[in-house]
Every structure is written in C-alpha cells, then in structure tokens.
Design a protein around this ligand. Structure first.
Ligand SMILES: Nc1nc2c(c(=O)[nH]1)N[C@H]1C(S)=C(S)[C@@H](COP(=O)(O)OP(=O)(O)OC[C@H]3O[C@@H](n4cnc5c(=O)[nH]c(N)nc54)[C@H](O)[C@@H]3O)O[C@H]1N2
Ligand SMILES: Nc1nc2c(c(=O)[nH]1)N[C@H]1C(S)=C(S)[C@@H](COP(=O)(O)OP(=O)(O)OC[C@H]3O[C@@H](n4cnc5c(=O)[nH]c(N)nc54)[C@H](O)[C@@H]3O)O[C@H]1N2
Ligand code: SF4
Ligand SMILES: [Mo]
Length: 681
C-alpha cells in the first residue's frame, strides 16, 4: 500500500488552517493540523478532522441531476449543460439578460476561484444582478471602515494589551483565535473584555459585560462619553489626523453611562471601568462579531462607531490595534456590468461609495422582482456555493420566489434545501479535489499570509471543479472561457511578480508584504477630507447621520411595545458551532453525533416564568413564523433572552424573520434580535 502525505489548507471556512493529509493508495484517510503552518500552527477544528468523511460522504452528488416531472434523475454533463444553455438563451430572449440573477454564499464569495468564475459568467451573460451573503454579512463593516479611514484596516491583536470581544465567540466561529487568546492570557498581561448577552467560555477569564441584545451602539457611545470627558483620548492622533472630533465631543454628551445603563442593562460603573481600561491599557483592539453587529437597523453605524473608537484612542496603524495589510496582486476575471443591478440607486453608499461600484445588487428585492415583477421581472437564478433557501432571512419568501422561477440551476457538492428547488443541480468538486488559491489573507490573526492551495485527491464521481463547470457552460454559450487546467486558473488569478515567485517556491505559503504601521504620519488618507473622518460628510450628503447615533433594534421592548406584550422574549440567533459551517456538515455523522439537534438556550428564571422544562421540545414563535427545537436551561444567558442556532433546515430560524426593517444604508435585514415567545411544543 502506498502511503503519502500532502500538505494543503482547509477551505471549509475562511480561516484556512494548514492541514496534513494522509493518503493510502491515493485515498484520503486522515487529516491533521499542520504544525509548520505559520498562522494556524497545527490548530484544526472538528470539521477539518472530518475531511475524509466530507470528501467521501455517501450523499455527495456524483453526477448532474435534472428534474423531470418533479423528480431528480441522474444525467450526463452533456444533457445537463445543453439544458442550461437552452434555458439561459430562452430567458435572455424573453426578458433580457437582467431577467437572470446569481446568488453566491459565503464559500461562493470567499473562495477566490469559485467567486471569480461565477462572476465572470454572469458578466459575460450580461446580467448585473448578483446577490450574495455580503447583502447580510461583513460588507457593512468594510464600508464603515472605508468611510472612516478611506481604507480597510483589520484587527492586529498579537501585540494588544486590551482585547474587546464584542459580540464574538471565537471558540465557535474562529477557533484559532480562541486558542491564541488563551495562550496570550497565560503568557502576557492581557486585559480581556467580553461584551455579550451570553457568558461564553472566554468570559470566565474576562471582564464580562452582559448586554441587552441590539444595544451595542448605546454602550459604545457611552464609553466614548467617558473617554472624552475624562480626557483619556489620544490627543495627538485626534488633532493631527481626524476631522469632526469637536462635533463628536458635543454629540456624545447626551450618551452618559447612566443613560446607557437603562438602555443596555450594563451597570454605569462597569461602562466607566471598561472605557478606562480600553483607553489607557493600550494598544487596544476591538474584535467584533462578524455578522452579529451588521444585521441591525443601526448596523453600519455601529460598525462606524467601533472604527471611531479605535481612532479616538489612537489604536490604528500601530501594532496591537487595527492595521491595514498589503494589497493582494490578484487577477480579475470579472467583466464590468453594462447596467446597474436592482436596488443600486436606493442604497447608494452600499452600491457606489465615492464612485467605486460594488459588485452586488440588493438581495431583499429579489422576492418581489420574481413574485411581482418589480422593478422588473427576474425569471432565472444561478446559485453558486450558497443555500439561501435556509440562510437568508425571511427564507420563506426566497423559497416561494425560487419555486416561481422559469429556470434555476445550483452548483454544489451536495443536495441542499436550495438545490431541491432547482431544475438542474451541477455537482461541484470540493476544494480537496482541485488546486487553486487559498484565502490569501490570514485574517484569523490579522497576519498577511498567502498560499497556493494544493489539490489532495482526484474529483469524486463525475464532479467538476467550479472553474470547469463555468468554463464548459460558458464555452457552449460562446463566451470567452479559455481555462483547461487548475494551473491555468492559478496563472490567471495570481499575477506574475514577487508574490507569485515566492508562493511557487514555498508549498506551505508565505508571509507577504508589510503591515502598514504609522502610515498616518506618512500618507494622505483616502477619504474626501484626506483625514480620518469621525464626522462623515459622505453619510450626511446621502441623507444619513454623519455621526453614529443610537437606534433601538426594529423589534425590541422599547421600539415595539405592543408586539412585546405578545412576544415578551428577545431572540438572538446564529451563534456558530465548531461542528458546522452554516447549513453544511450536518450530513457528516461524526460531526452530527457531536451536535445532533438544534437547541434553544434560556436561563432558569425565564424558564420558570414561562413554565418550561429542560430537555423538552418547545415552539419558538415570532410574528412571522415558528420553529420547534429542544430546550436547554443554563445560567449563561441573561434573563429574558433566548439563543438559537441558524442553519438547520428542519428548524429554520430564518422563518421567524421578516424583511420589514432593514439598515437604511446597507439594506441588511434587522434579524439578529427579534421578539419571540417560547411555548411547549
Ligand atoms: N438566522 C441567521 N441566518 C444567517 C446567519 C445568522 O447568524 N443567523 N448568518 C448569515 C451569514 S453571516 C452568512 S455568511 C450566511 C451563509 O450562507 P450560505 O453561504 O448560503 O450558507 P452555507 O450553508 O455555508 O452554504 C454554502 C454552500 O456551498 C457549498 N459548497 C462548499 N464548497 C463548495 C465549492 O467548492 N463549490 C460549490 N459550488 N459549492 C460549495 C456547500 O455545500 C453549501 O451548500 O448565512 C447567513 N444566515
Ligand atoms: N464554525 C463556524 N465558524 C464560522 C462560521 C460557521 O458557520 N461555522 N461562519 C463564519 C461566518 S460567515 C461568520 S459571518 C462568522 C460569524 O461570527 P460572529 O458574528 O462573530 O458570531 P459568533 O462568534 O458566533 O458570535 C456571536 C456572539 O454574539 C452574541 N450576541 C448575539 N447578539 C448580540 C448583541 O446584540 N450584542 C452583543 N454584544 N452580542 C451579541 C452571541 O451570544 C454570540 O456569542 O463566523 C464565521 N465562522
Ligand atoms: S477552523 Fe476548521 S473548518 Fe475552518 S479552516 Fe480551520 S479546520 Fe477548516
Ligand atoms: Mo458571514
């Protein structure tokens, strides 16, 4: 038996841990962490260890599937692609190219090869309507930091003396960071602050603030009130590198710690203490929740507030603060849109900040475009590496819309709830079965790191890498898709130069480029004023608040008191589990056994108040729908709050959400804190 080892990286999620893959006669038998990897240093989570079961899962799609009379049949690639060509041609003829749209999920956006080929196809077809998870995750923070700094700095916590984990539980969502924080707590004098309605494992080693869900901006504004009024801000940075500080001083006077105590449930003395630690035990670094903060009517403004806080304490472009990395010299396979996508003019800061057009339309408008033909009919969808029938809020509206399309195709290694609704499902190979580019930036710890992604095994069944699916389909439609091999793909995605040479020479990847420290002393800032914009004229000119204010969540005891009478609990959702990525991996028994069913968590006082017993099945109801799951009573959650996971098709929390309240700047639905009630099932 021939035993071999291939070193590669895990692309099941964006943290991109190094992996050592053991093969016997070319078959993957075991995966371990790769100690030589300079970022993950041997760390691997249960999903990474389960990669052999993932790759060879008996429920992998091994051939194209075409729906005939409501049932999927296995067909050849020729049949499946010819069917797609016919339908795509028909849609364009009847409704114009923009009658087609494309959905990309988190893998569909983050995996460079998957994202770039899908975008090229949609551009050459001629539709501007691309929707993605960036319509509800992450882009809000990028924009907030761009608006403030004219660039996009990332957390650089290696040298921090104070870290605030703000709406973030890295043990589930960013395991490598959780491990690293524990090491720093042992080896250096680190102040760890956790701001969360739930006591997470790291809270035991931290100054924990139990906050009412959705009130983070109130807490941040009150911290600024303390920092400014006690003179703890960085005078040099504020005077020399920012605009709008005097306006901020006046603005935060209304947000006293006593006011914030009422709003946030955090005691005023704790707000003062934490503000003082953050402003004095420097360098300090807010590491924020990745989507928890975004999905709020005030999401972009709260992201702005964090950016302003880092500037006020002078912790930008210094080790231990927020730091910009080097630019990645990537090729761009996408082609420019001829028209603007749906929603372009309604959310101009999101779609077109300073004339830089973003790639996305407004996903919330998709159900209406299909069901009512407004602003114009969408009749077809291509779904690449996404499961929006479960993951998008108000999923029932998306499902209804998908069911009413004339044509829908899904590219995925597995049959998903979204794929079930399609006419044709094209089996994609997993990242283990293709070479390409890794996630290129070690954002787990803020280190600029790049690597070539190494193929580990041959494609399973008749699956094809995404680049091949798009290229074969594109060529049949007369489009320019010259790629024939993985190496062609790498050549197009990674531009010739120093980085490419280094990567080709180093299989374990390389650090590349300098982190950009002390740039404010050297370079003009890319905002319209040339300074860090505490006060944003751009936001003002577009009709938004130039300084972050406090807004209640769309549904809260304060903003919706009538609804609160009927639904007296606050629902938070989507805390990550290290066993699953969103809707994926529940079909892998070794992972599912560790986390067999969705669990609603509640504290003993709340359970007693509503007569609920531990371990029983309950119904969690909102004004929009209900889901059933098992109840666990623990003392981690604050009274009056329920926490449930997302990603379970069988108990889809997104059926509880609606699209009636959105962030006016980004159109992100406000669904991370809803009003609900819990009753025995
Ligand atoms: N209620 C609630 N809803 C949420 C969230 C929440 O916190 N609460 N979080 C939101 C966030 S932040 C996000 S990012 C979204 C994620 O939403 P999605 O991205 O829609 O979720 P996934 O389940 O990760 O779907 C990815 C799909 O890609 C497939 N896939 C994996 N690798 C490949 C590949 O190489 N090629 C192809 N073609 N397919 C591949 C997987 O099998 C899977 O079906 O969910 C959002 N939904
Ligand atoms: N294992 C795994 N890892 C993942 C993913 C995955 O699906 N699985 N998804 C990836 C993606 S796409 C994303 S976007 C990120 C998501 O990453 P994050 O958004 O950072 O999610 P979590 O780290 O789970 O932390 C959310 C925490 O916020 C708390 N919380 C809820 N509401 C509030 C609130 O209103 N205020 C405050 N202060 N806290 C609140 C919750 O109790 C929970 O502990 O994770 C990424 N990593
Ligand atoms: S955290 Fe887990 S799933 Fe994500 S890259 Fe690392 S091993 Fe893979
Ligand atoms: Mo996300």
């Amino acid at each position: 038996m021939a035993k071999t080892i291939v070193n590669s990286d895990c692309m099941l999620c964006v943290w991109d841990c190094g992996i050592k893959c053991h093969l016997e006669d070319g078959r993957l038998v075991k995966v371990e962490g790769l100690p030589e990897h300079p970022i993950s240093k041997g760390y691997i989570c249960p999903r990474g260890e389960a990669l052999p079961d993932y790759v060879y899962s008996p429920v992998r799609l091994t051939s194209p599937m075409l729906k005939e009379k409501g049932r999927f049949q296995q067909v050849s690639w020729d049949t499946a692609l010819d069917f797609c060509v016919e339908k795509l041609t028909d849609i364009k003829k009847k409704y114009g190219a923009k009658g087609l749209c494309m959905f990309c999920g988190s893998i569909g956006v983050e995996n460079i090869e998957v994202a770039q080929f899908a975008r090229r196809f949609k551009g050459l077809y001629g539709t501007p309507n691309l929707f993605s998870v960036e319509n509800l995750c992450y882009r809000s923070r990028i924009l907030a930091r761009m608006i403030t700094y004219g660039r996009y700095p990332l957390e650089d916590p290696v040298d921090s003396q104070t870290i605030i984990l703000w709406a973030h539980n890295p043990d589930g969502s960013r395991g490598m960071l959780g491990e690293q924080i524990r090491e720093w707590l042992k080896n250096k004098n680190l102040n760890l602050i956790v701001i969360n309605p739930k006591r997470i494992a790291l809270s035991e080693k931290a100054y924990h603030l139990t906050i009412r869900p959705g009130t983070d901006a109130a807490l941040g504004l009150a911290m600024l009130n303390v920092i400014i009024n006690e003179g703890l801000y960085d005078k040099d940075f504020v005077e020399n590198h920012t605009v709008g500080f005097p306006e901020l001083v006046e603005h935060v006077q209304q947000y006293t710690p006593e006011w914030a105590q009422e709003v946030t449930w955090v005691h005023a003395s704790d707000i003062r203490n934490v503000a003082r630690i953050y402003a004095t035990a420097k360098p300090s670094c807010i590491i924020q929740g990745i989507n928890t903060i975004d999905q709020h009517v005030n999401g972009l403004q709260t992201n702005r507030l964090f950016a302003i806080m880092q500037a006020v304490v002078g912790c930008v472009a210094i080790p231990g603060g927020w730091v910009e990395g080097p630019r990645i010299p990537l090729g761009n396979l996408a082609v420019p849109d001829k028209e603007d996508p749906i929603g372009f003019n309604d959310y101009p800061v999101f779609t077109n900040l300073w004339g830089r057009k973003g790639p996305y339309g407004i996903a919330n408008m998709f159900p209406q475009a299909v069901m009512e033909g407004k602003p114009y009919p969408i009749k077809g969808a291509l779904v690449s590496a996404a499961n929006p029938a479960v993951t998008f809020p108000a999923s029932q509206k998306y499902r209804e819309a998908f069911q009413n399309l004339e044509f829908m195709a899904v590219l995925d290694p597995f049959m998903t709830e979204t794929a079930e609704l399609a006419d044709v499902v094209l089996p994609a190979s997993t990242f283990m079965e293709k070479g390409g580019l890794s996630y290129v930036y070690g954002i787990a710890l803020g280190e600029p790191f790049a690597q070539i992604h190494h193929k580990v095994v041959e494609p399973v069944g008749e699956s094809w890498p995404d680049w091949k699916i798009w290229s074969e389909l594109g060529r049949r439609m007369g489009m320019d898709f010259p790629w024939q091999t993985d190496d062609d793909v790498i050549d197009s995605l990674l531009l010739p130069g120093d980085l490419k040479d280094k990567l080709m020479a180093n299989p374990e990847g390389v650090f590349y480029g300098e982190k950009q420290y002390y740039i404010y002393q050297k370079k003009k800032v890319g905002t319209p004023s040339g300074k860090v914009e505490i006060y944003s004229q751009t936001l003002k000119d577009n009709g938004y608040e130039p300084l972050p204010t406090y807004l209640e969540p769309g549904q809260s005891p304060v903003s919706a008191p009538e609804l609160y009478k009927k639904y007296p609990l606050i629902l938070i959702n989507g805390e990550r589990s290290k066993h699953f990525t969103h809707t994926s991996h529940r079909n892998i028994p070794v992972l599912r056994n560790e986390n067999p069913e969705p669990i609603a968590e509640i504290n003993p006082a709340t359970a007693a108040q509503y007569g609920l017993a531990d371990g029983t099945m309950v119904k969690v109801e909102s004004k929009s729908g209900d889901v059933q799951m098992r109840l666990r009573i623990n003392d981690k959650l604050v009274t009056g709050v329920v926490s449930v996971p997302h990603g379970w098709g069988s108990a889809n929390v997104n059926n509880l959400a609606d699209l009636d309240v959105v962030d006016p700047i980004t159109a992100y639905p406000d669904f991370n804190q809803l009003l609900c009630r819990v009753v025995p099932a």
